[in-house]
Ligand binder design. Structure first.
Ligand code: FMN
Length: 231
């Protein structure tokens, strides 16, 4: 059977909010509107997380120890929840900025079940699932490679958070799940280990919000009264 490949809209300048606004606005969002995501939104978030930003070596948007790139990204899309995509599990191919359809069907509920029943995993239109291949980094750095892979993960996931925020979308890093069950739902190979899940959706009005700059300034002014508590 021929593999279905979807070429994503090519990434480019988004004219988003200033960086400091994005940093301030980022929150973990677990409440989503029942609205589809566009393919451009998904495209931008995938590119921001692991896309190509230097074509000669090539290098990616998130730093990686020794440029070993141990992270493999999957997209779990619900039915009619990402415009232009069938429901299913896709693998992101950074060098082609494309998605390969690996399994057709809506796997969000199974993923939520594997995430100790966290409802936001089932209710988000799509979930970005991070898997890591330790060998890519440990083959060069030995034991220390494990540390580097987790540091790589943090860099990439923060890009996901900020990319979602700049688009006015919400996400949350989900680390509480059963490894074996998530690996099974995603259909991971023996060398891939599930690392993190990030459901993506349009924030509902009851999603948590960041404080205004004014509130932050007032907070800091209040906390500066008296002596420092640092000891
Ligand atoms: C490593 C890690 C694992 C997390 N796992 C979960 C999780 O399983 N479920 C969840 O709802 N939030 C999870 N979170 C999100 C945190 O609860 C959230 O970052 C924290 O409450 C601070 O809120 P903020 O992200 O809005 O600043 C996780 C965050 C990190 C960094």
């Amino acid at each position: 059977m021929e593999i279905v490949e979807i070429f994503l809209p090519t990434p480019g300048v988004m004219n988003g909010a200033p960086f400091e606004e994005v940093l301030r606005a980022r929150r973990s969002v677990r409440e989503y509107l029942p609205e589809a995501l566009t393919l451009s939104e998904v495209s931008f978030i995938l590119w921001a997380t692991q896309g190509i930003s230097e074509v000669h070596e090539p290098l990616r948007t998130a730093p990686s120890a020794g440029a070993r790139y141990p992270i493999v990204l999957y997209l779990v899309a619900g039915g009619d929840e990402v415009e232009g995509l069938k429901e299913g599990i896709y693998r992101y191919i950074p060098d082609r900025h494309s998605l390969l359809l690996l399994r057709e069907g809506d796997y969000r509920a199974e993923l939520a079940e594997a995430s100790l029943g966290q409802e936001h995993v089932a209710l988000a239109p799509a979930i970005i699932a991070f898997a890591v291949e330790f060998w890519r980094t440990t083959s060069r750095y030995g034991e220390r490679g494990y540390r580097y892979v987790w540091i790589d993960m943090g860099h990439a996931a923060q890009n996901t958070y900020l990319a979602a925020t700049v688009l006015g979308l919400g996400t949350v890093g989900v680390g509480a799940f059963n490894d074996e069950e998530v690996a099974k739902v995603l259909g991971l190979s023996q060398k891939e280990h599930p690392a993190y899940l990030m459901p993506i959706g349009r924030p509902s009005p009851d999603a948590p919000r960041s404080s205004s700059w004014e509130e932050i300034h007032e907070y800091l002014t209040r906390n500066r009264e008296g002596k420092t508590t640092y000891s």
